[in-house]
Write a protein that binds this ligand. Structure first.
Ligand SMILES: [Zn+2]
Ligand SMILES: [Zn+2]
Length: 208
């Protein structure tokens, strides 16, 4: 045994104890770090989960909006109308004003130049009687192709108020989805419930 070894023993033992306590302290720090990391990871997973749920909701909402938009988009001018009408014959929806103008143009082309566009039911009946007298069929004369599927439309379209109300509720959201193109000028921002005379002169069927 060397004298150095005698002296070294206590110092070795104390330094080894110090190292052990260092290791223990390191272990404690590691454990705390791991725990913190675990908490962060759990939080992150929760956040990801939340985001996924939100994303799912957003996608769902967007799908609804798209469906509403498709249902309300006018088949004639491709804009969203506040005066949508639905055809009984095929279920398609289009802007009331666009439908009326388009059907009016068709009827005006069919009418002889000397006969003006009927502005009352009496005038319409007179024209219908004339057509009958000449062996024609007023039902064919006063019928129009659906702008979307060409189904023959003979009945006064119904006002699509339910869908229009949905659209009005969703209008601010739709505007944010479409911001940039400055589409919502607001000139057709109101729901126009179509009056009983809206399609006057276009259909043989009595308007409800
Ligand atoms: Zn339109
Ligand atoms: Zn149709």
């Amino acid at each position: 045994m060397t004298p150095g070894a005698v002296f070294a023993l206590p110092s070795h033992s104390s330094s080894s104890r110090a190292r052990e306590s260092d290791i223990e302290a390191d272990r404690a720090t590691d454990k705390a770090l791991l725990e913190t990391l675990g908490v962060i990871a759990a939080d992150f997973e929760k956040a990801v989960d939340k985001y996924k749920k939100l994303d799912g909701k957003a996608k769902h909402l967007q799908a609804i909006l798209e469906a509403v938009q498709v249902a309300l988009q006018c088949g004639i001018c491709e804009r969203l109308h506040g005066d949508g009408v639905t055809f009984h014959e095929c279920g398609h929806t289009a802007g009331g004003t666009c439908v009326r103008d388009a059907f009016r143009r068709i009827l005006e082309q069919r009418l002889p130049a000397v006969v003006g566009f009927p502005i009352s039911r009496d005038e319409l009946r007179q024209i219908a009687n004339q057509i009958l007298l000449f062996g024609g069929d007023p039902n064919i004369f006063f019928s129009y192709p659906c702008p979307l599927c060409l189904t023959t439309i003979r009945r006064v379209p119904a006002t699509a108020t339910g869908l229009n109300n949905v659209l009005m509720d969703l209008r601010p959201t739709l505007a944010t989805l479409h911001d940039g193109d400055g589409g919502s000028s607001g000139d057709d921002g109101d729901v126009n419930v179509i009056g009983s005379n809206f399609f006057c002169g276009l259909f043989l069927e009595l308007e409800a």
